[in-house]
Design a binder for this molecule. Structure first.
Ligand SMILES: [Zn+2]
Length: 294
């Protein structure tokens, strides 16, 4: 049985949704509005719920026993602070002189927090963008920073050991991530970023970055569109593979990929994999028109 799902209804309210998300998505945003890097911080914080169990369980991150303890505590904190409005607070060092200066032991202050899981992580907005406005931090940089600060929130005081731990998590995430870039012209490009995780279930994070400006997480929409073939089956995970771009008959760009949907049949106790074709169609202004899964 082949099903065609057109998720335009969901996408009708899409642009307003994405902007609202940036301002209300669990972070208090102070200062000059919320741009791409700020929203990537929020995504990264949420994605730790997927990254850390995989990293920990199979030990693909090469963790020492001491580091495992910290990762376990960080995972608890991330879940605990899931809906906390001020888990991340963005503010400018220039407007708050001295706020990010905490002594010689840690000179480069892009973020700070306290040895307490209820404290916010403060992010220095002066260091998030280059002078021309491009993001100064990659998703992996952000993961490193968050692991470092969340590590402090578990009570760990050592900066160097937390840098090493953050590096391990970022490296693991990088290995599982594919970047699909499309250059519109010399100034503008768009990117689909796909990260696949295997534990506790197969899952993907798909993020669309447009004009260095707006980041949209498509992961939930893709899950909604990836049903199992039979009613007796329940959804058990998915992976997004083989991403590529194509141009349609109207001359507009689409990002295409395969989705492997894993389904569990409880009578037989068997798992099945169903292959789907996904097409994310963009309009002439490179905005998302629809997500089609068939
Ligand atoms: Zn530190």
């Amino acid at each position: 049985m082949k099903k065609s799902l057109i998720l335009t209804l969901l996408l009708l309210s899409f642009s307003s949704f994405s902007f609202e998300w940036i301002s209300n998505g669990g972070g208090t945003v102070i200062g000059n509005g919320a741009g791409l890097v700020e929203s990537n911080f929020q995504y990264a914080y949420d994605s730790l719920k997927k990254i850390l169990p995989h990293c920990f369980q199979k030990n693909v991150c090469d963790l020492l026993d001491e580091e495992k303890k910290i990762i376990k505590s960080i995972t608890t904190i991330v879940h605990m602070n899931s809906d906390k409005e001020d888990r991340l607070v963005f503010l400018s060092e220039k407007e708050n002189p001295g706020f990010f200066t905490t002594g010689v032991s840690e000179p480069h202050r892009i973020a700070k927090t306290f040895l307490n899981p209820n404290a916010p992580i403060y992010i220095n907005t002066d260091l998030l963008y280059k002078s021309a406005g491009q993001p100064a931090l990659s998703f992996q940089d952000i993961l490193r920073i968050l692991i470092h600060e969340l590590g402090h929130q578990t009570g760990e005081q050592g900066h160097a050991s937390l840098d090493i731990l953050g590096g391990k998590v970022a490296l693991f995430s990088e290995k599982n991530t594919n970047y699909y870039q499309y250059k519109i012209n010399n100034q503008q490009k768009l990117t689909f970023t796909v990260t696949n995780f295997e534990f506790p279930v197969k899952s993907s994070i798909v993020i669309f970055n447009w004009h260095n400006d707006v980041a949209v997480d498509l992961s939930e929409i893709i899950i909604l569109g990836s049903e199992c073939n039979h009613r007796s089956e329940s959804f058990a995970g998915l992976e997004v593979i083989n991403g590529h771009y194509s141009i349609n008959d109207q001359g507009n760009l689409s990002f295409e990929a395969w989705i492997n949907v894993e389904c569990f049949e409880s009578f037989s106790g068997q798992s099945f994999i169903y292959k789907r074709d996904m097409s994310i169609d963009l309009d002439e202004n490179y905005k998302i028109k629809g997500v089609f899964i068939k």
